[in-house]
Design a protein around this ligand. Sequence first.
Ligand SMILES: [Zn+2]
Length: 377
Amino acid sequence: MAFEADAAGRAMGVLAQDLTAMSSALFPAPGTTAPEFPTVFGRELVGELPNFAYRPYLVVTMSDLWPAFEHFFDSHLAAVYEVKTLDLDQLTADAQALPALGSIIGLGGGQAIDVAKFFSWSRRLPLFQVPTAMTTNAPFGHRPLLRTGGKAVAIGYAVPQGVYVDFDVIRSAPPLLNRSGVGDVLCYHTAHFDWKLAHETGKEEHRWPYDEKLVAEARERFDLVFAHLDDIRDVTDEGIRALMLAHRWGGAAFHNAGWNSRHMDGVDHCYLYALEYVTGGRHFIHGQAVGLGTYVGAVLQDNEPEKVLGAFQRLGVDIRPEAMGITWDDAATAMRRLAWYVRYADLWYTIADVRPVTDEVVEAVRTGLYDTFGAAA
Ligand SMILES: [Zn+2]
């Protein structure tokens, strides 16, 4: 009996071990239990909205998009709000002036999506989101990015009932808008270096200690996007799924990591803000300018800059300053003033605080860019 009990005990022990191994393989220990937004991929999705959006509904969109979508909506459309500004005060007033509504439908790229979130929050209304391009992860994030007094603010909170990703709608967007969305994922590469650097030099933020698990999670999404660069360039169904699922993770990750995005951005975004500053607040296609920032950052970090450059070349996203409507001098000025700017704007500690942008660094970036994409016209 004793033997049998012992054997049974050992068998149970083995079983328990197996179960632990099995369940941890099936359910890897999560960094968070917060979910990502319900997301539906499909076709002819816009035409279905009037059949289930709570009535009457408001469509928040852009004036250049509305003519292509107007015919999908019916008499339960209470109003159309065409986004003209991201100014917090103006949007607060506009939210108060909206008619009685059952729900909000956001239809567009980043701006319409953000304003739809803000209205949903202001008026406590259910939200349905339809991204029309893959530009950013805005459709998958909780807080709208607005402006006040020339500064960016993330005021509000909205979880949509669903995010509807229509393959044909996405494919009809300008190719650069879709492809450049990759920039907001490739920057994880430089972000991870910066977070580790801050950790190793004792400069990390108290509320965001370096977290290897978060970095590994982000790296998984990065690798998946990296493996689908051709599909994303061609905007195939597979490419749309790969990039939008990465955005879906990234959009929710800020909230889900405790309002931390250290695993997603670093010097790459610092460079974009410096570029906006030196060009007097010029507006850029986010992922394209972040792409240049990622390359500049990778050169400074000595962190596989060719890999970054090669990815943008393969995607067909030209990250030369001229392709963004600015000059090489603007781009070089933003590089030379980067170390000053990050302290002026009080940004996170990154490579920009450690390695000065010397003439050699500027020259390396210039050579890399123009050797890859050709000399400026
Ligand atoms: Zn970004």
